[in-house]
Design a protein around this ligand. Structure first.
Ligand code: PMP
Length: 417
């Protein structure tokens, strides 16, 4: 039998260190909210492959849909010979997305690719080039999305000149001493001192910051951004790559604020484990690019479209939007109890929307120590935050209460001083 240690040695020799691994054990199989490594050890999954498996690992309906597609055809390239799955999925998303008026959708492969293309579409629609993004934002690792991302190390360091005409507004985070008012003042100042509003194509915002620390964009921020955009003819892009598909207790997180973005990017949980991303937006904006200006060989691949259609069915049939809210309440009430204890590492800034939750520990070293101890207890956890000071929780929305509690028990032990 191959051991984890043997595979890790091969991984080190064969694969560059630029891509990291949270764990040094290797996946053998997965079922709903549990994973097993190649040595047969079982883990509870509170990461869901970074917010991908909202419908659990290998949901039977998703597997069946992919199996059926596999028997029909696997690839034609939508640009060469199109197929119904792509269209059916676009229609479903056009109806679901909180976009004002008629919407259209185009598919890609990764979240970064969706953001890249949302920027291209916004530029084509407005005839402008500038983009405003936030501190702590994460939008991907391609050159444009790296430029939009608001964290230097490790994302920007070493990569030289990045695309320009990007202005950055501090994201409101109370524990960093930044209020919504501060953010809006800075935005106003940028538009007066630095960026001609008539050169700004779009403002891009995560309705809940992901990698940057699970900080929630307050509805008053999103409403104010909508207003600024309307005043200056700027488009509002909601990056829902991490927050989409029931994760936050709404289908899309921006719905918590009641505003409608002009463009939305989505990926991760849409495919339920199969790579797919999309840009959904107001039809007239989406149609501003000439034929051939958008596309990708594998974008909206048949297997991924089949999986995504099944994911949308599962979310509706199993009531996962409401389930996300219930999961969140269950987890946050336990975190809040921990935050009042003095026999545990200090748990602070408990926060979250639906089943997208986090809390802070004193520093990144404490976070590392706790994730390591939790892993030893059979729980998979990931961190986030500009300072690496936060633990984030993204369990599959199909997880049982019993498994949540078992995972939280492991975590509680890992927090003991
Ligand atoms: N936007 C957001 C909000 C994300 O969380 C991520 C990935 N963590 C991305 C974009 C990039 O997605 P991908 O890794 O699929 O390129």
């Amino acid at each position: 039998m191959t051991t984890n240690a043997e595979l890790y040695a091969r991984r080190i020799a064969a694969i560059p260190k630029g891509v990291i691994n949270g764990l040094q054990v290797f996946a053998a199989r997965a079922e709903n909210a549990e994973l097993w490594d190649i040595e047969g050890r079982r883990y509870i999954d509170f990461a869901a492959g970074i917010a991908v498996c909202n419908t659990g690992h290998r949901h039977p309906k998703v597997v069946a849909a992919v199996e059926a597609q596999l028997k029909a055809f696997t690839h034609t390239a939508f640009q060469v010979m199109p197929y119904e799955g792509y269209i059916a999925l676009a229609e479903r998303l056009n109806a679901l997305a909180p976009i004002d008026g008629p919407a259209k959708t185009i598919f890609f492969n990764t979240g970064a690719e969706a953001v890249e293309n949302a920027v291209k579409i916004a530029r084509a629609a407005t005839g402008r080039t500038g983009i405003i993004a936030f501190s702590g934002a994460f939008h991907g690792r391609t050159l444009m999305t790296t430029a939009l991302t608001g964290k230097v190390a490790p994302y920007k360091k070493l990569f030289g000149t990045l695309p320009g005409e990007i202005w950055r507004v501090p994201f409101p985070v109370p524990q960093y001493g930044v209020s919504v008012e501060d953010s809006l003042k800075m935005l106003d100042s940028i538009l007066r001192t630095d960026a001609d509003p008539e050169r700004v194509a779009a403002i891009i915002v995560e309705p809940v910051q992901g990698e940057g620390g699970f900080h929630i964009a307050p509805p008053e921020l999103l409403k104010a951004l909508r207003k600024v955009c309307d005043t200056h003819g700027i488009l509002l892009i909601a990056d829902e790559v991490q927050t989409g598909f029931a994760r936050t207790g709404k289908m899309f997180a921006v719905e918590h604020s009641g505003i409608a973005p002009d463009l939305m990017t989505m990926a991760k949980a849409l495919g339920g484990g199969f790579p797919i991303a999309g840009v959904v937006g107001r039809a007239e904006i989406m149609d501003s690019v000439d034929g051939g200006g958008l596309g990708s060989t594998y974008g909206g691949a048949p297997l991924s479209c089949a999986a995504s259609l099944a994911v949308l069915d599962v979310i509706a049939e199993e009531g996962l939007v409401a389930r996300a809210a219930a999961i969140g309440e269950r987890m946050r009430s336990r975190f809040t109890q921990w935050s009042q204890r003095n026999d545990l590492l200090p748990v602070t800034n408990v926060r979250g929307l639906g089943a997208m939750n986090a809390f802070d520990l004193p520093d990144a070293a404490a976070v590392k120590a706790v994730t390591t101890k939790a892993f030893e207890g059979g729980l998979i956890l990931i961190s986030c935050g500009v300072y690496g000071e936060s633990l984030r929780f993204l369990p599959p929305l199909t997880i049982s209460d019993a498994l949540i509690d078992e995972g939280l028990d492991v975590l509680e032990k890992a927090l003991v001083l």
